[in-house]
Design a protein around this ligand. Structure first.
Ligand code: ADP
Length: 566
């Protein structure tokens, strides 16, 4: 039944009850009122008349004419107001006694009889009044009982209604509110258990249909997402590169098979773990998480007894400008490295093979310049001179390329010995004195006293200093000074070359030691390899190299090598 119908029935019932109570009350009150009226009208009047006639009897002695007149009137009224059984007989006897007294004049006997009759009439009416009063009382009690009963019944019904009705309306609404809240929290399996056939039942049916639909959509989306997730996982797992995903707190979100294999852990053992904890007993993990830039040097790792090279990349993942995690990528660069090595070996072979013919060209030009072989005219001499210069440049270039190839293939042969700083200085200055003189440059040397010997490869160290000094000569304007100084710095000896050339902009200073880097706009011939090789030579000898430079004021290139301990 619908709530609307139920409410109409309930209210209709209450209305009927009110009408019923009202009608019962009206009927009984009316009845009580009419009975009271009857008592007053009939019996009370008879009692009053009896009293009046008693008083009139007393007037007989004093005023006989008035007695007869008034008594006759009163008797007449009494005869018209006979209501009780027996009253008529008493009134008749009263009339007879009165008439007899009037006609015969026997006063004493008749008066006595009249008084007795008046007393009987009065008594009869008094009895009737009492009887009727009892009846009215009984009726009033009955009315009270009926109204009380109906009232109690109504009270029980209304009380039950008051107790149950708010719950009847509010409970389903509460259930519905709770279910809507659950749905808003994505608990789409929520259903309303209302089976009544009213509006709430309809509402529950509509709600359940909606929830079912939402659940269906959700499940189909979840299935789709799961499928996509599996696909991405499959792609990541089939990658030859190792990949590890971390959330913003450093917890491992995913790691592919390759990553687990390299790290030496089970993939399941890594998921959900704090990466920092995994790194405690795992050096590769430590390396992957460290901030050290291992970008330029690939990591060498053994896979199936074969050397593999990986470059590490850390990609910070952001969403709406906020960091939400990080992806660590270990790119397998073995293939590139193998190709690079092949290229380097090829270059090394070529440059090595080139050295001999170039040297012989150089020798041939020397022979041509020799007048004993035959005279050359000026033009021919100029040509021979150019060939000689070019072959020298070519020889330097092939030597540099060869050096670089050796460095790259890790084939630098170091011959460590105790070396005096002075020896290094002398060799370097001697080999470049001619070039310095050509530009009218003066090389000032400053050497700290009692310098200790260094532990170094003499040839490579001289090569580095020659390279730095050569650059200083090339980039200095004519008639300038170059300061060459050597001093002790803690456990190392420091060689510095100061020039007063153009200087190098700050932005390029960090890149100078990279292979093939040349400051943009430089008009001097060069390969961009000299400083890169110098760095490799110095680092290989456990030293370090650097520079300070100010544009317009010149540059100071330096390197430091460890002192040879006795
Ligand atoms: P190369 O001189 O053969 O180009 P280097 O590796 O020796 O290669 O030098 C790299 C670059 O550094 C040079 O091209 C030049 O631009 C810059 N450079 C090196 N030394 C100096 C210097 N003393 N003053 C100014 N620039 C220099």
């Amino acid at each position: 039944m619908k709530i609307k119908t139920k409410l109409s029935i309930g209210l209709g019932f209450l209305f009927l009850v009110i009408i019923l109570i009202g009608s019962v009350a009206v009927i009984y009150i009316h009845r009580i009122a009419s009975e009271s009226k009857e008592i007053l009208k009939d019996n009370y009047e008879s009692v009053q008349l009896s009293k009046t006639m008693m008083k009139q009897i007393d007037m007989l002695e004093t005023d006989t004419a008035a007695f007869y007149l008034q008594m006759s009137g009163s008797l007449h009224r009494q005869e018209k107001n006979i209501t009780e059984p027996g009253e008529k007989e008493y009134t008749g006897e009263l009339r007879a006694a009165f008439d007899d007294m009037k006609s015969s004049g026997r006063k004493a006997v008749q008066l006595k009889k009249m008084k007795r009759m008046l007393y009987e009439i009065s008594d009869l009416n008094m009895q009737a009044i009492l009887k009727k009063n009892d009846r009215v009382q009984a009726n009033a009690g009955q009315v009270l009982l009926y109204i009380g009963l109906i009232g109690s019944l109504c009270f029980v019904i209304v009380f039950t209604f008051i107790i149950n009705f708010p719950g009847y309306i509010a409970n389903p609404i509460k259930k519905l509110t709770e279910s809507i809240r659950q749905i808003s929290e994505k608990h789409y399996d929520q259903r309303l258990e209302i089976t009544s056939k009213d509006e709430f039942g309809d509402l529950a049916k509509a709600f359940n249909a909606m929830a079912e639909r939402l659940e269906y959509y959700e499940n189909s989306n979840v299935a789709l997402l799961l499928f996509e997730k599996q696909r991405i996982e499959a792609i990541i797992n089939n990658m030859n590169d190792a990949i590890i995903g971390l959330d913003e707190n450093g917890m491992v979100l995913f790691a592919n098979i390759r990553a687990a294999q390299l790290i030496g852990m089970q993939e399941s053992g890594m998921l959900g773990k704090y990466a920092g904890n995994l790194a405690i007993n795992n050096s590769l993990m430590q390396l992957l998480l460290s901030d050290i830039d291992a970008g330029s040097q690939p990591l060498k790792l053994l896979i199936d007894a074969k050397e593999n090279y990986f470059s590490r990349e850390r990609i910070s993942v952001q969403s709406e400008g906020k960091p939400i995690g990080e992806v660590i990528l270990l790119k397998n660069v073995t293939h590139f490295r193998e190709q690079d090595l092949a290229k380097t070996n090829f270059i090394a072979t070529i440059s090595h093979e080139l050295k001999t013919p170039i040297a012989s060209i150089k020798l041939s030009t020397k022979l041509l310049e020799d007048t004993r072989v035959g005279g050359l005219n000026d033009e021919q001499q100029q040509l021979v001179h150019t060939i000689k210069e070019d072959s020298e440049r070519l020889l330097k270039l092939t030597a540099e390329v060869l050096n670089m190839a050796q460095v790259e293939t890790g084939k630098i042969q170091l011959n460590f010995q105790r070396v005096k700083a002075e020896t290094v200085l002398r060799y370097a200055i001697d080999s470049l004195r001619f070039q310095a003189d050509q530009k009218q440059l003066t090389i000032h040397t400053e050497q700290q006293e009692n310098l200790p010997e260094i532990n170094a490869d003499l040839e490579k160290t001289v090569w580095v200093l020659v390279n730095l000094l050569g650059n200083a000569i090339r980039y200095s304007p004519e008639n300038e000074r170059i300061l060459l100084s050597v001093n002790r710095e803690g456990g190392e000896v420091r060689f510095s070359v100061r020039d007063f050339g153009p200087g190098i902009e700050r932005q390029y200073q960090d890149k100078l030691f990279n292979q093939f880097f040349r400051v943009p706009g430089s008009n001097k011939a060069g390969t961009g390899l000299g400083l890169a090789i110098a760095k490799e030579f110095i680092v290989a000898q456990k030293g370090h190299i650097g520079l300070t430079s100010t544009v317009g004021e010149g540059s100071t290139f330096f390197f430091q090598l460890p002192v040879a301990w006795s």
